[in-house]
Write a protein that binds this ligand. Structure first.
Ligand SMILES: [Zn+2]
Ligand SMILES: [Zn+2]
Length: 261
């Protein structure tokens, strides 16, 4: 449990149900690929329910009840972010018997080779399409989308606040310098897939994440979404090195890690 604010604690939290990034760590389940659960003023939101999300909710300690979800956000359609989208919608809507909740996703999730099954499409109250630089809201949770990321499919990161602490989630992308403008927040959660640069593949490597952390200077940075090479390089050691280098708290996420606000 890591506190990020000196303010009086609320019940708001972020729980990392999974920290796997990209194909092989997901396929081998070296880390879980279950997404991130956010609870904000009693509103529950699941971001990027990859394969195993439903399982990780029920084995989480304490258990997370997907029927308590108010929304599911997909940052993009790749399988490691969306594998359990259908079953999570079914769970959110109590088997489809209770029409509720919102699914937020980029347009290509449903317009192109729809990854949400036809019979599941009508279960949520609403499917809201994400666009760049727009504000969205569900219950007590508001968030803003980033610019379009550079990734093979339409991808957005998001920014929100929990108990007056600003938090951003920087999803899959190739590095570009404008990223640091949008992601200026107290807490930066950043997807670091590669240890070494892999030109031509639209993911961040550690040195690019380092560059962004240095530009953004958050109070706390959390590395997650690890690919094979990052896992081999031991994320917690890399995080420790960055903490020393920048004097910023840098932490490597692990499956089940919770941040309280
Ligand atoms: Zn990914
Ligand atoms: Zn991706």
């Amino acid at each position: 449990m890591a506190g990020v604010a000196k303010k009086e604690k609320t019940n708001d939290f972020i729980k990392f149900l999974g920290t796997a990034g990209a194909r092989f760590v997901m396929i081998k389940q070296l880390r879980a690929s279950a997404g991130i659960w956010i609870s904000c003023k009693g509103t529950n939101v699941l971001i990027d329910p990859g394969p195993g999300s439903i399982v990780r909710c029920s084995t989480s300690k304490p258990k997370l009840d997907p029927s308590k979800l108010d929304a599911i956000i997909l940052t993009h359609r790749h399988l490691d972010h969306s594998g359990d989208i259908n079953v999570m919608i079914e769970a959110m809507t109590e088997g489809g018997f209770k029409k509720k909740g919102v699914v937020f996703c980029p347009p290509d999730v449903i317009n192109q080779d729809n990854i949400i099954l036809k019979y599941v499409m009508n279960f949520p109250e609403k499917i809201e399409i994400l666009e760049a630089h727009k504000n969205y809201r569900v219950g007590g949770f508001s968030f803003k989308t980033s610019m379009k990321h550079i990734h093979p499919v339409e991808t957005y990161g998001i920014k929100f606040a929990l108990n007056e602490t600003s938090v951003s989630l920087l999803s899959d992308t190739r590095y570009f310098k404008e990223l640091s403008d949008f992601y200026k927040t107290d807490v930066l959660i950043i997807a670091v897939v590669f240890f070494e640069p892999r030109p031509g593949i639209d993911h961040l490597c550690l040195s690019e994440a380092e560059q962004l952390i240095n530009q953004i200077k958050p109070k706390k940075a959390i590395l997650t979404h690890f690919g094979m090479t990052m896992l081999k390089a031991k994320p917690h050691i890399q995080a420790e090195n960055l903490s020393k280098k920048f004097g910023i708290e840098v932490q490597a996420a692990c499956d089940g890690m919770t941040l309280d606000f």
